[in-house]
Design a protein around this ligand. Structure first.
Ligand SMILES: N[C@@H](CCC(=O)N[C@@H](CS)C(=O)NCC(=O)O)C(=O)O
Length: 324
């Protein structure tokens, strides 16, 4: 773990001293958009037109934010158009690395780099900031299009539709307001809520995160008792954004991040919904339990200094989901 300052690497864990023990996630630095014709998107500059075999994703199978991008690549049939490199699950003093020494870790298939930070310095040799996954890389301009997963999935949702013919829309116009509102609550209290609980270094910071997390899971359980998906009868971006946290919950967040008031298995509707999403065509291949169980327990030595990787419960995800 560490960060880049003027292109130089500094090792060090998150600073929570200045924020009363609270974990505060930093904002992503590259905010350009791929668009069908290369015109500029909502932020950043233009010049990133949708093209086959032009873009590359750098991901970790452990990371819930990177996982979103793999899910959208699968849902939108972009596997042949967008290539992928997956980092090693251990994120230690050098940050994410391309060591291929773990099943599914591919190394850097574009440049043969050793560390993920080299991708950031390749885009900007004097860059400052955290070295995070996912990264959407442009092989043509050799730069980073975006390192913000929420925006990468929006691009993948529609920018390539004319090339693939896949027009499935996970952010339909008539549901924008509802999806945005759900995303906000789910991000603040669930997706990021588990990290705020797990990375808290004061009791107060933990207490602040844990109540809203379970209040939101209780609310989601209620919503899913009358709706098949979060916004009703159509699966949307909001569901896939929640999925990446739910799938890690009982194996990692429940124990490692002390999110242990209840398990997902204790929520009947969320459990069926999780199974349905897991069984969705193309999704199971994006889920690497081995990567995330190893990553969290082995990498966070402030939480688990002896790096003991625990046994975790089997999740019977292939059982009938009963959500018909
Ligand atoms: N805003 C980013 C956050 C990504 C993020 O925090 N990724 C984590 C892995 S789960 C990371 O790479 N952390 C390394 C670090 O913070 O140094 C996104 O959603 O794309």
């Amino acid at each position: 773990m560490g960060y880049l300052e003027n292109g130089e690497w500094n090792a060090g864990w998150y600073d929570t001293k200045s924020s009363g023990g609270r974990f505060e996630r930093t904002t992503a630095g590259f905010r350009n958009w791929i668009t069908p014709d290369g015109s500029a998107g909502p932020t950043g500059e233009g010049g990133f037109a949708a093209e086959a075999d032009r873009y590359h994703l750098y991901v970790s199978y452990a990371c819930p934010w990177a996982h979103r991008t793999l899910i959208f690549r699968a849902l939108k049939g972009l596997e042949d158009m967008i290539t992928v490199s997956a980092v090693h699950p251990d994120m230690l003093n050098d940050g994410w690395t391309f060591s291929p020494d773990f099943d599914g870790a591919t190394g850097d298939t574009l440049y043969g780099s050793t560390f993920l930070r080299e991708i950031y310095t390749r885009a900007d040799p004097k860059i400052s900031g955290r070295v995070t996954v996912p990264i959407l890389w442009d092989k043509k301009r050799e730069t980073i299009v975006s390192n913000e997963s929420a925006e990468i999935i929006r691009m993948l949702n529609s920018a390539f539709d004319d090339l693939t013919g896949n027009r499935d829309d996970y952010y339909p116009a008539d549901l924008h307001t509802e999806i945005d509102a759900i995303n906000e609550r789910v991000y603040d209290t669930v997706n990021n809520g588990v990290y705020m609980a797990g990375f808290a270094t004061t009791q107060a910071a933990y207490d602040e995160a844990i109540g809203p997390l379970f209040a939101s899971l209780d609310w989601i359980e209620e919503v899913l008792s009358t709706h098949r998906y979060l916004t009703g009868e159509r699966v949307t971006e909001a569901d896939w954004r929640l999925f990446t946290t739910l799938i890690r919950f009982d194996k990692v967040y429940h124990g490692h991040f002390k999110c242990n008031l209840r398990r997902i298995a204790d929520y009947p509707n969320i459990s069926g919904y999780l199974r349905e999403l897991y069984q969705w065509e193309g999704i199971a291949q994006t889920v690497r339990f081995d990567h995330f169980v190893r990553h969290y327990h082995y990498s966070h030595d402030t939480i688990n200094p002896n790096r003991i990787v625990p046994i975790t419960p089997d999740l019977d995800l292939s059982a009938p989901h009963g959500r018909g």
